[in-house]
Write a protein that binds this ligand. Sequence first.
Ligand code: NDP
Ligand code: 8X3
Length: 254
Amino acid sequence: MEKNKLKQIALITGATSGIGEATAKRLANRFSLILCGRREEKLFELSNSLSNLTTVKTLTFDVRNKDDVIDKLKGLEGEWKNIAILINNAGNAHGLDFIHEGDIEDWDMMIDTNVKGLLYVSREVLQTMVKNNSGHIINIGSIAGKEVYPKGNIYCASKFAVDAISQGMRIDLNKHNIKVSQINPGLVETNFSMVRFKDDEERSKAVYKDVNPLVSEDIANVIDYVISSPENVNISDITVLAKSQASSTVINRD
Ligand code: NDP
Ligand code: 8X3
């Protein structure tokens, strides 16, 4: 259901699953939402389930497809262009292999999605934010963008790139009154490991076994906290770990 009056608008990439989906649910009472992902059916389901709380627009695109990203975002009409909050969440790991054994398609997928896709979306949304002299970008980084771990190589590289991009954005957008925040989760039990291990359920479950990991809602709460901070405050970089996780590699499974 489309209501006439829009609230502040938040755009979430990767809203069909995990952290993005939980964030959409968390923000629905206060924001009008633009929900993005590749799986249109999932977007429709989520949009329907939130329609009693807010106005939702869905945009179906693969963030790797530069032309489609630009077309879909340029196609936003009227007030929908005035995105106040951009949550760059779409991303995944593909594979976990030694560097000399890595699959080049997995590497392309991670760099094209986690780095280039984030850039395509951001550049387009920033055209209006800069014009409006306001906005807030939240990039979902990772503990993997702070510490490299064995076989993490290219996924870590993609998240280290996000870390550099967040810092670069913060510097370049400083004069334009735009906040840039980065949130770096540790282990969160989502569909992430199923994607990384190509639907191998056993391997995927083992990642979270005996860890009591974070869940998507934990990160959605932190995103809400970051975007709810007073106008004069920017939470620039925040790492969120499960209690059982001390670092990328030190995890208490007792
Ligand atoms: P999920 O696999 O549950 O969700 C990933 C989301 O990204 C989906 O909505 C998916 O939508 C979207 N996505 C993936 N590829 C593309 C693409 N090419 N174009 C558009 N959308 C895409 O994982 P999480 O919720 O865990 O991951 C969200 C973010 O959090 C990622 O950036 C991830 O790197 C990061 N992260 C995750 C951690 C974890 O342990 N789970 C820890 C640290 C960071 P669709 O398939 O419909 O396109
Ligand atoms: C996801 C967390 O440690 O599996 O970014 O890379 S990790």
